[in-house]
Design a protein around this ligand. Structure first.
Ligand code: GCW
Length: 678
């Protein structure tokens, strides 16, 4: 059944661009060492033609082609055009590429088909941003072996924490395979994504059956489309599948009948879905089943599955989001922030080599600001991946603009002190620290079947940005934003500068009206949009701000929950003291009096008032900036973004008034500037 909704091409619109001398390279193409009939090569060439056709009106004509590996003995290619050649591994690594131009010949070299594909998207980015290919000389190797999107899509077509419409993978408990999936694969490949998990980590009901004959054919078709764009196909797995699929009445990972069941099942699954990369598992978390149910460890669970999928080249990505979600608010010792580390650090080194632990960037849950999880780098002998959230669950639901790439950069650049060198989170998760090959980064995706894919047009910057950052972690948030704006809207200087300015300040603006200083969770419970200062304060989720009439914040020092001690020195001591703790996280680590003097020369309570008034003013400023480029971006974009800005302004004002009134009433301390507080 054809989809009712249409969809846009986002940054792959390939609208006409100034030539900048680039059209000359796209008359003739020579292909050496690549099989013209390989799906990825075919798609790469089709993309090149689509791009240069749309942007430059150019038409490729194919000259000679040799499938033999370029041995360097071939006669030099003397022509004006583009040479696509396979080369020996060396400086160019797996999925990497080199692009050089000399004497009118543009040469793209790669050791595998993915590198060729990513190189062609690089060339198209240069054309789309109206750069020049003349004299180009770049060598780009992916920083991360695994660069993944996790989709929390449910089989009924809903999306958990989805704010962009319904799933384009599922509808009425069926898998959808059509042109939109192909466009999704193109978009993912264009930003270097090489792994996609299509279903929610909360695997329930029909999703448990994704590993059964009920879905194999369609799943294999999806996997094949992804394979044509260099993307491995993954599924989220229900740890209790044996029980729910009529196997043994147990999911105990050490129970022989359970192991036998999984062996039979995995043999069947990998046979029917050839491009299956493996499974993502959320176990013993928020009510999901897992090894703890049987008194087994997380490693017991992960290793049992890993050993079984290993013969098929499969991997098990095991999430570390395990905590006690039934806490009593009067319990000051249990600390949800401690849970991930406490539950996983002791098994460091016990996980088999095709297990990767997937760890959220912070110890809590994707708040607008958290400290970096001490588990990242805390584990020294275990494969680990970083999990971030591009879906704006706590950061504005893709109504409020919140460009998250600057936050991801902070996390990646964070020094863990886990080793004398190469100790940043980027080093650890890319495999540079331990030299492990199973490593990488995943994001919970923000897409859905909305025409613009991401709810707000500006949220596509996060969809785009995560992939580009996962491939090249040295890119700046500004580089990525400007690339995305040129490819999605226009290279007009005012447009680029205005939207870049909005994006780069948006995280701090959102933080100003929804935080302060490392406090999250003052959100409407379960929805997680809009303000409710005490919404979670007395619930079981361990997400407290502990505000009283004297102060606010959670004591996580060695005199409190001791969470600060989970870090290596000097981070542990830095966080442990109120004097050295970075102020942007002060209230995450300490309970601080309202009259505490911050390094800014303001008291804490005055900072709360000021930041919330500033947050609203900054949203007003964004709206004025956006209005200044009206007419320079497509009308529907202009209208859609403006409509969401109006909702964001309402939201920001609500947050300002609710938070300021709450703390004025709690503390009894007036705003020095005598502004309206209720
Ligand atoms: O952020 C929380 C969300 C849940 C999510 C869970 C997780 C998929 O509120 O919706 O469940 O984390 O990360 O597993």
């Amino acid at each position: 059944m054809a989809r009712e909704k249409r969809w846009t091409q986002l940054w792959l619109q390939y609208k006409p661009r100034r030539d900048c001398g680039n059209a000359a390279y796209f008359g003739r193409v020579v292909i050496r060492g690549f099989d013209r009939d390989n799906a990825v090569v075919k798609n790469a060439l089709a993309e090149l033609q689509k791009g240069i056709g749309g942007m430059l009106g150019a038409q490729l004509t194919e000259e000679e082609r040799t499938a033999a590996l370029a041995k360097g003995s071939e006669p030099p290619v003397q022509m004006q055009g583009i040479l696509l050649q396979r080369s020996q591994a060396g400086e160019i690594r797996e999925e990497g590429y080199r692009i050089e131009e000399a004497n009118g010949l543009l040469t793209l070299s790669a050791v595998d088909e993915n590198g060729l594909l990513y190189g062609i998207f690089h060339i198209l980015r240069v054309v789309a941003t109206e750069g020049s290919l003349t004299g180009i000389s770049v060598l780009v190797n992916p920083d991360n072996p695994l660069r993944m999107y996790n989709h929390w899509d449910n089989m009924d077509g809903s999306i958990e924490r989805g704010y962009s419409g319904r799933s384009f993978f599922f509808e009425d408990n069926q898998i959808t395979v059509d042109e939109r999936i192909v466009d999704y694969a193109r978009m993912a490949a264009s930003i270097g994504i090489n792994g996609v998990v299509i279903n929610n980590v909360n695997v329930k009901n029909a999703a448990t059956y994704l590993i059964t004959d009920r879905y194999f054919d369609k799943a294999a078709r999806l996997a094949e489309i992804f394979a044509g764009y260099g993307i491995k196909f993954f599924l989220s797995l229900n740890f209790a599948a044996p029980i729910e699929l009529g196997g043994p009445d147990s999911a105990d990972p050490l129970e022989p009948s359970v192991i036998e069941w999984w062996k039979g099942k995995m043999k069947e699954v990998f046979n029917r879905i050839p491009n299956l990369g493996g499974f993502l598992v959320k176990a013993d978390s928020e009510g999901r089943p897992g090894p703890f149910t049987y008194g087994r460890t997380q490693a017991d669970g992960a290793n049992m599955l890993a050993d079984i999928v290993k013969p098929y080249g499969g991997i098990i990505i095991w999430r570390c989001f395990v905590y006690n979600c039934t806490q009593d608010w009067r319990d000051y010792k249990t600390d949800r922030a401690r849970a991930g580390y406490d539950n996983f650090i002791q098994m460091d080194g016990d996980y088999h080599d095709n297990v990767i632990l997937q760890i959220k960037n912070g110890p809590m849950d994707f708040q607008i600001r958290e400290p970096v999880s001490p588990l990242l780098g805390g584990l020294k002998k275990t494969n680990q991946m970083l999990e971030v959230q591009v879906a704006q669950e706590y950061t504005g639901h893709q109504i409020d603009v919140c460009y998250l790439i600057p936050m991801f950069k902070e996390v990646l650049d964070y020094r863990t002190y886990c080793a004398p060198e190469r100790d940043t989170v980027a080093d650890v998760i890319s495999g540079r620290t331990m030299g492990n090959k199973y490593a990488g980064i995943a994001a919970v995706c923000n897409t859905g079947d909305d025409e613009n894919w991401t709810g707000s047009d500006l949220a596509a910057a996060n969809f785009y940005g995560f992939g580009r950052l996962a491939f090249s972690m040295s890119l700046t948030a500004k580089d990525i934003a400007q690339e995305w704006i040129c490819m999605s809207f226009s290279t007009d200087r005012q447009v680029v500068e205005t939207i870049t300015g909005i994006l780069l300040t948006s995280r701090e603006t959102y933080e100003k009206y929804t935080s302060p200083l490392g406090i999250g969770w003052m959100v409407t419970p379960h929805e997680h949009y809009g303000c409710s200062v005490d919404g979670y304060e007395y619930s079981c989720w361990g997400t407290y701000h502990r505000a009283d009439h004297l102060g606010i914040g959670v004591d996580r020092s060695d005199k409190g929950t001791g969470y600060a001690e989970q870090y290596y020195e000097p981070n542990a001591s830095m966080y442990n003291s109120i004097d050295s703790c970075p102020e942007e996280l002060l209230l995450f680590f300490h309970h601080v009096p309202y009259n505490h003097m911050l390094r800014t020369g303001k008291t804490l309570i005055q900072h709360i008032y000021d930041s919330h008034f500033e947050g609203v003013e900054e949203v007003e400023g964004m709206i004025a900036d956006w209005n200044s480029i009206e007419g320079k971006v497509p009308e529907d974009t202009s209208r859609g973004v403006r409509e969401r800005f109006d909702r964001q302004l309402y939201n920001a004002r609500e947050w300002r008034d609710q938070v300021n009134s709450y703390f004025y009433r709690k503390s009894g301390i007036a705003d020095e500037k005598g502004r309206v507080i209720y």
